[in-house]
Design a protein around this ligand. Structure first.
Ligand code: KPL
Length: 296
């Protein structure tokens, strides 16, 4: 299968690199990472050790492939969609944080859009090198749920490349569950400069749990069956498995970058019918921090 990975940051580079063991992959990213990959290939270290030589480019215009994986930050989705619309793809699959990404891709693209979640841990170590900090799982399927031949084909291609993959008929529930976890972990760790594990201790725990419960309530308001208990258990399970990791939002703040708060807690606030005070407070605090550091 020919695969374009649009957004060769940490997760995009890791998954693109793993897929390159079996498929023809083009990574779309920024220099100096792209130049290093073109020159020396991509080194994957950590839990998985391998060296691969995918194509790499900084120019995403006019590309063609069976599949485009979108791994850009959620606030770059509209621009990614416009760039991808200049090319030709059999399918596009979002593997991004937050909610609403697939709908924004669908607005610009006339090919099938799939939704996905990825729990692989990845960290960019330097140009041309990405560390796998934990083998996770990719789940993918139609954004509105149900099955599709296309999702099955993409799932098979991932599995052939030994990427742990589930083809899922319940992507709406999975996306909201992941959002509930991120809504609890990401802003709390970003605001306090702590690792994920801090969220299970006092006094952070009830704040994160309440953010996850509110997210589950909004999921139900939009017709997705996500009980509070499922959201809080997912929060605890993921935090226990990633307790020493720095969340993506905490990394963004640490590195002086804008966060994905709008697509996570901000999306929850926007879609809520009943008040969601914990999510609203977390959005306000993270945006205040971003504004004070001129990150927006
Ligand atoms: O998805 C994550 C993130 O950091 O964005 C979690 C699951 C919280 C792992 O760090």
């Amino acid at each position: 299968m020919e695969v374009v990975v649009f957004g060769a940051g940490s997760l995009g580079s890791l998954l693109g690199g793993l897929l390159a063991r079996e498929h023809r992959v083009t990574l779309v990213g920024r220099d100096p990472h792209v130049s290093a990959i073109r020159r020396d290939g991509l080194q994957i270290s950590g839990t998985i050790e391998t060296h691969v030589s995918p194509d790499a480019t900084t120019d995403g215009i006019g590309l063609e492939a069976d599949l485009a994986l979108v791994t850009v930050k959620s606030y770059d989705t509209d621009e990614a969609a416009r760039t991808l619309s200049t090319g030709e793809f059999g399918a596009v699959c979002s593997l991004q944080n937050g909610l609403g990404n697939e709908q924004r891709l669908e607005r610009e693209l006339d090919c099938h859009v799939l939704a996905g979640t990825a729990s692989y841990g990845a960290r960019l170590m330097g140009p041309g090198e990405v560390e796998c900090t934990g083998i996770g799982r990719v789940a993918l399927g139609p954004p509105d749920g149900g099955g599709s031949v296309l999702a099955a084909e993409v799932g098979e291609a991932f599995t052939e490349a030994t990427v742990e993959t589930t083809v899922a008929a319940d992507m709406p529930r999975r996306l909201w569950e992941k959002c509930a976890v991120n809504a609890g972990v990401n802003p709390v760790t970003a605001l306090t400069g702590t690792e994920n594990g801090a969220v299970l201790g006092e006094p952070a725990r009830p704040i994160a749990r309440e953010a996850a419960r509110e997210t589950a309530r909004v999921a139900r308001e939009t017709g997705v069956d996500l009980p509070d208990e499922a959201a809080t258990s997912a929060l605890h399970r993921v935090v226990r498995a990633t307790s020493e990791n720095t969340s993506s939002m905490a990394q963004d703040i640490e590195r002086g970058r804008r966060t994905e708060i709008d697509a996570i807690n901000g999306y929850v606030v926007e879609r809520a019918v009943e008040p969601v005070p914990t999510n609203a407070l977390l959005v306000g605090l993270v945006k205040t921090l971003e504004n004070s550091r001129e990150l927006r």
